[in-house]
Design a protein around this ligand. Sequence first.
Ligand code: ADP
Ligand code: ZN
Length: 751
Amino acid sequence: MAHTAQVAIGDATIHYDKLYTYLVPEALRGQVFCGSMVLVPFGRGNAPRPGVVLELGESGQSAGLKPLLDAAPEDARLTPPLLELVRFLKERTFCTWFEAVKAVIPYGAQYEPGTENGRPVLKNRLAQPLERVYALTGALPEKPKPGPRQLAAVAALRDGPLTQRELAEQGIGKPTLDTLCQKGVLTVSERRPAQDLLANLPFDPQPLMLSPAQSAACAPLLEDLHAGAPRAALLYGVTGSGKTAVFEQLISETLAMGRTALVLVPEIGLTPQMLRRLKARFGSRLAVQHSRLSNTERLLQWRAIQHGEADIVVGTRSAVFAPLSNIGLIVIDEEQEHTYQSESSPRYSAHDIAKKRAAQENALLVLASATPRTETFYAARTGRIRLVELGERYGGRPLPTVGFIDMRAELTAGNPREVSARLVEELARNLQKGEQSILLLNRRGYHTVALCADCGKTLDCPNCSVPMVYHKPRHALLCHHCGHLLCPPPETCPACGGKLVYSGFGTQKVEEELGALLPTARILRMDQDSTGRKNAHARMLGRFARGEYDILLGTQMVAKGLDFEKVTLVGILGIDSLLFGQGFRAYENVFSLITQVVGRGGRAALPGRALIQTAVPGHPVLQRAAAQDYPAFYDEEIAFRRYGLYPPFCAFCVVGFSGAQEGAVLAAARRFAALLAQNAAQQPALPLRVLGPVPMNIALLAGKYRYKLTLKCRNDRAFRAFLRKTLADYDAEKLAASAAVTLDFHSDGDL
Ligand code: ADP
Ligand code: ZN
């Protein structure tokens, strides 16, 4: 009998995504397991491709089977529970086998194809552990005139040395750096990448005394933790109620039981804070997983986890796949955040994976939030998961008071500014008292639209149907979706030659306005443009926490989870446009965003206040958010969901189509709808409503036309089989060539 392996192959498109059978050659016997990374000859040219073994078998028929070329060492393989997650992803999200594999193993953990003595082999990416570091050591000569890349490189290095990878992330390539080194402007050195990422965080365990409310919340969760069976609970606690202390208690108990804990936070910016707290309390058996780590860092962390050197893993969405074993506790903090849903294939939700892992490991899953997702609160209210409440802030501190500033009145009163007179007054008062303020504006850039005064057209990106945004520091128009750049910004309309009028405001404009109105204020702007650099995020927050700034102005990254003692004023700008978003979660998102940012104020001894600038102060969602009355908001929202048939009363699946020819994309989407109808006719018991096809909100993205169908259905095995059949039919008609199709069970339709 010949030994065979069923392999999922890298970079397969959906058309030929199946498992391929290979022969395990004599030389590799005993080295190939389920979950092993292997190198296989693929296609007519037998080009070496990486793959992962999903099944092993024996076959009497070995003729015609190609042999595996190489296999990675055993310790690099996926463990059985992780392999089960690969299958789970494939079944739930309609991704390719290898997409599932890649989600489960971080990029860095993979071996890459290489050659040794002319023979194709798998090479460990860690084999080159040195990284190149560039430093500015000379002046840039004025002649010959330096190009934009050279200028960018010099500007980037002004604050200190950066690695080649960090520079590459800013679009500065090695040729530019080489040239600058030759000119004596830069010098390069090599160093070993830092291994202990947490080395400079202090280990300083302080006794933690839970308040009576926190103890009461902990008790049932501890009971679940000891149950030895899969459990799930919602920890619903107002902002500042001290949910983190409850996590710490649960983690402590988990470790005492000899088990491990996984803690997810919604964004990278929140990892340092969580790491600092957990390192202080639990010491260094702590690992981190998120996408801003370098491949080497990520792999080293991954290995440490896999080798059992970490008891606690902290990270963002992808950390849900951390190779921890014997998990006793999984925490999803700020569980309402959309960042827990992946927007590219595999389109999974960390909630689903966490639930699956809790089931595999008999662990407790704790979802925590001050504004849970409507579905989660519904599950808790109806007893499907446990509901635990923390109704008051820690230490009995009051929630901030919230007021509105009517922007229509501001306009009538002749204030043309984006920041109202009242808010400026309050900011000035805080400045005087030496207290800090946070301003939320969820739009980056300076002017957000350029409109032609003659033809009335907005200046859109040529590749995307969205307006170009003016960025003042770069003196350029930028597309926030594909990165298309127009520099300098045009003054006349490209369509008719009329005069372009720039309007709309983003964080850069508000920063400038505040600078003029409050010249002594030290303002820190935090958005994607100002935090591009590695660790910029953490550094900025650290400086704000140390009181080096008076006002923190930024996009939603300033709204969430941060805990600063001296913040007593929160201002919310430009929230109205979010209220009129397209997805069925628009209200939930606005309610949550306001609650979160308002909750940043008055967390310590000083009481907080918040002001919302809006043209619709009477809007029920704003009213509920101002009253910080989540239960009232939930009651209205769940009624709307029931009435309009949205989750949790059905599953909601967006089928997206995209391609270069608009007509062909629409035709393909129509055909898919017809195939759905045809297949549904065979199964009349299957609940299904199909809406569309309609163009997506962003109908053109990066040069691709986009349409969508919206399905209201049931996300169960039978329905997924039905979808799979429809996808196969679509494929059989070769429609994928004109429109690539994606399925997303986690989108709220706002795309
Ligand atoms: P949440 O995540 O619920 O918004 P946090 O966990 O950030 O709230 O806690 C709010 C504040 O109260 C923090 O400054 C935290 O240090 C403090 N705090 C909470 N619980 C305790 C406790 N048991 N002992 C001391 N301080 C606490
Ligand atoms: Zn674009």
